[in-house]
Ligand binder design. Sequence first.
Ligand code: UDP
Length: 315
Amino acid sequence: MKNILVTGGTGFIGSNLCKKLLQQGHKVICLDNNYTGSLNNIKELKKHPNFRFVFHDIINPINIRTHIDQIYNLACPASPTAYKGAHSILTTKTCVIGIINILEFAIKNNATVLQASTSEIYGDPLEHPQKETYWGNVNPIGDRACYDEGKRCAETIMFDYHRHKNAKIKIARIFNAYGPNMNKNDGRVVSNFIVQALTNQNIVIYGSGKQTRSFCYIDDLVRGLIKLMNSAKSITGPINIGNPEELTIKALSEKIVSLTNTKSKVIHKQSLRDKDDPNRRKPDITNAKVLLKWEPTTSLPEGLKNTIEYFKLII
Ligand code: UDP
């Protein structure tokens, strides 16, 4: 049994991770400022004797007296709708100041830190599929830069703490996760399309719908994160964690229409996203397969069905 801190623990990925870690018999401290996370996501977990919630923002130093063995840093708004605009400066602070506070706390505890990085590191990629060796194509002054550059800088800080202060680090680059506990208003494509389909509203594709993404079901992602955290000390990453099955946003809308039997129409709207919306995205997961013996096992229809059932209960 380990003492594990999950920052961003009331969010979509964090709450699913907390649940799994409790099932595995660990003690879990869930820390969040609930900016995009929700206490609803941990309602059941709060009843568990090994679970504790701490209200805190990681842009302030962390002072938890319990000894911590492992830290998963999932604290950051992750949907473009949440991180762009008014909250962009806070997003960069969360990434950069947040990871410094976490690493300082980790060193005091001799704890391993797993940083939730992102496929956004690659920007609008010129290499396809994306390998971890690709340095990316990011607009440093665009609308998404607060998140992309924030996450890139967090990787830099992780490696500098590793090289100069012996911090034990792991970096996962997460590609478009989906599943239960997604916030219905967070603006991402899977939640938007499902909510629109279930409420018979138009399903709105931004642009042509020819842009692609590769969607990874939450249970697969959580399994991958836990494998990376518990891998040999020499495995720092960055490692891509995602599902290499690539599809267009139009194809995704068709799948959701057929799985929900909705009467909703699929329509297209221009300019709802900035010009930096990546055109293609697909992870190369060779490293995850070889080093972690991990690969996703949930098919898109299966994952979407579970997600649709979840949204039916909450909307
Ligand atoms: N998208 C869309 N309709 C929506 C939300 C998103 O067509 O209601 C598109 C969006 O323009 C992007 C893709 O779906 O090309 C994925 O968007 P999401 O916000 O889910 O993730 P990210 O852009 O961060 O990969």
